[in-house]
Ligand binder design. Sequence first.
Ligand SMILES: [Fe+2]
Length: 294
Amino acid sequence: MTGRSEHGTPLLRQVLSQIKGPDPRLNEVVSALVTHLHAFVAEARPTEREWRAGLDFLIETGQMCTAERNEFVLLSDMLGLTTAVDDVNHIGPAGMTPSSVEGPFHSPAPARELGAWISSGPERERAVPTVVHGRVLDCDGTPLPGAVVDLWQANDTGLYDTQDDTQDPGNLRGLFTADDQGRYWFRTVRPSSYPVPTDGTGGRLLTAIGRHPMRPAHLHYRVTAPGYRPLTTHVFLAGDPYLGSDAAFAVKDELICHPVARDAGSEEWRMDGPHEEIDFDLKLVPLDWTEEKA
Ligand SMILES: [Fe+2]
């Protein structure tokens, strides 16, 4: 054992001994955090100047936060921590659709009929028309009629309605109720990949560590059905160049779909010309599922 660790261990023990608030879980979490931070200092051995620069970085991050923008959430996303927290909280049976991070762009969506167009902005004229359909199911394949699918996506330039004056509020969003066979469907345009905000501390860190800010093209889903865990997830489009390096580390293999190009219209899907078709089923986990039952 080195002199450094002999010094550090009693110090850590002393700090931990002072953590004795009324909430045992809070004590547990703070103790684990402090333990890992001391281990970080022992390993990285920051100079005092580096430590102060780190604190200044966090101060600046906090100062950037507003009601509309949370730079800490961005840091959490781009360091894989949001996904790590998601992973430890959403274990389930084989066949379940994995969850994935919500991201910052959810807002209340207009209720729409099955089959509705959710695109009414200028993107409708220039982007790839796309029909998206699938079923909401239990993990054993039982359909879940009446399940609610809350959907939101960026347009073909990578912008959400909340970021873009050319889109009306609610554009590229929809709240759908699955039919008696658990089916949902809607018509839209193909979304584009887009960068996370780069004008803050998060962007500065990405540049400093040699990473790009791009997220691969995706659709966001939040699916609910009585008796089942709500599922918040993404569906990613196969072939996107950023699938292997998502700035938010949200990609999971089971969430990648393969859009099929159709060179003619479709009566079934009420598409009057060439389009793409996405077929994606969502499998929910019963509320009473436990690891012990599996
Ligand atoms: Fe997104």
